[in-house]
Design a protein around this ligand. Structure first.
Ligand SMILES: [Zn+2]
Length: 345
């Protein structure tokens, strides 16, 4: 009987060491130590042995039961360790696994950089709801009723309000400019603030146009603010953001909410003025319309246009980001293609 137990022990330990997963190990536990297991059967048969032998073999069998249970637990730990892929023994010289790092979207980064630049010039940062109304998107901005620009903006009107008008007719804001009036209504003058954010237009997309894009507006309202100071402000901001002098030029432009109005172009940074598809071969890229707020806009903001004047610019944030990184298709920035976005981290 002793020999039989010894053989059983050798066989069991060998089986345990060959078990490759917890499931197989559990099956072996049943096979040897379960209710119908080999060792259990032997223990049950003890009764038929002579008294003396019963004691010795009984003690041996109980001791073996313990040994096998311990061996199973030990093997289980070994398997766990292997499964967790821990090098055994631990090798501290193996390089660790890197943690994937996120980064700011280039448009967000540009927005933050502009915020820093303007903040250093004592501008307030303002934000507004993305849902606006006909009143703030057009009425207060000197768009006469039926003015074609109301339609050319390709505004997304909120369904259910189409037949209403003014503050009741809601839309996704087609531009940020309406917020300037609200700011003036809330804060009065003098004022200098910027307001960044997405705007929405229902138009066809191409390399230069997107349906949702970012604008970044800046407005100064003061008793006496000259255009030359405004141009200096633009040059200062671009220098802050690009880290070098950027040639700019000013052309006249028309928008109902400014008088006079202008367009500011910057030297194309992709071709450095030589001409490329991004600048339509002209060497210049339109980056911000602007002007002096129209007297009717100042009145809508609660100010007397005989006392107050100002300087307003609307920076095309996406256009500026394209210039910063030399990317010639605006849609890439909104593509959520991580292969493209990861290069800006
Ligand atoms: Zn160019």
């Amino acid at each position: 009987m002793k020999e039989q137990l010894e053989a059983l022990r050798t066989q069991a330990l060998s089986d345990f060491s060959l078990a490759t997963d917890a499931q197989k190990l559990e099956a072996l536990r049943q096979q040897y130590l379960g209710r119908k297991g080999t060792l259990t059967q032997i223990l049950k048969g003890l009764g038929s042995l002579p008294h003396e032998e019963r004691r010795t073999v009984g003690a041996l069998a109980n001791q073996m039961k313990e040994t096998l249970s311990d061996a199973i637990e030990e093997r289980k730990l070994e398997l766990l360790e292997q499964a967790s892929l821990l090098p055994h023994p631990m090798d501290l010289t193996i390089p660790g696994k890197g943690v994937a790092k996120g980064g700011l979207h280039p448009t967000t980064q540009m927005c933050y950089d502009l915020n820093d630049a303007f903040r250093s010039l004592n501008f307030d940062i303002y934000s507004e709801d993305e849902i606006s109304s006909e009143h703030y998107a057009f009425d207060v901005l000197n768009f006469p009723p039926g003015h074609p620009a109301r339609e050319t903006m390709d505004t997304y009107w909120i369904s259910g309000t189409e037949n209403l008008s003014g503050k009741e007719r809601l839309c996704l804001r087609p531009h940020l400019t309406g917020a300037s009036v609200r700011y003036l209504q809330q804060h009065g003058a003098p004022a200098r603030f910027v307001y960044p954010g997405p705007v929405f237009r229902n138009e066809n997309t191409d390399a230069q146009h997107e349906r949702a894009f970012y604008q970044y507006e800046a407005l100064i309202v003061d008793r006496d603010f000259s255009f030359s100071s405004g141009l200096l402000l633009v040059e200062t901001i671009l220098e802050c953001v690009f880290g070098r002098d950027i040639p700019v030029r000013m052309r006249t432009g028309f928008f109902p909410f400014v008088e006079p109005g202008f367009e500011i172009d910057m030297r194309c940074q992709i071709c450095d003025g030589k001409g490329c598809p991004a600048c339509h071969g002209t060497g210049w890229v339109e980056v911000m319309p602007g002007g002096s707020p129209h007297p009717n806009v100042l009145r809508a903001g609660g100010l007397d246009p005989d006392i107050w004047s100002g300087f307003f610019i609307n920076i095309g944030l996406d256009r500026l980001v394209m210039m910063r990184y030399g990317v010639n298709d605006v849609r890439l920035f909104h593509s959520t293609d991580l292969r493209f976005l990861e290069q800006f981290k």
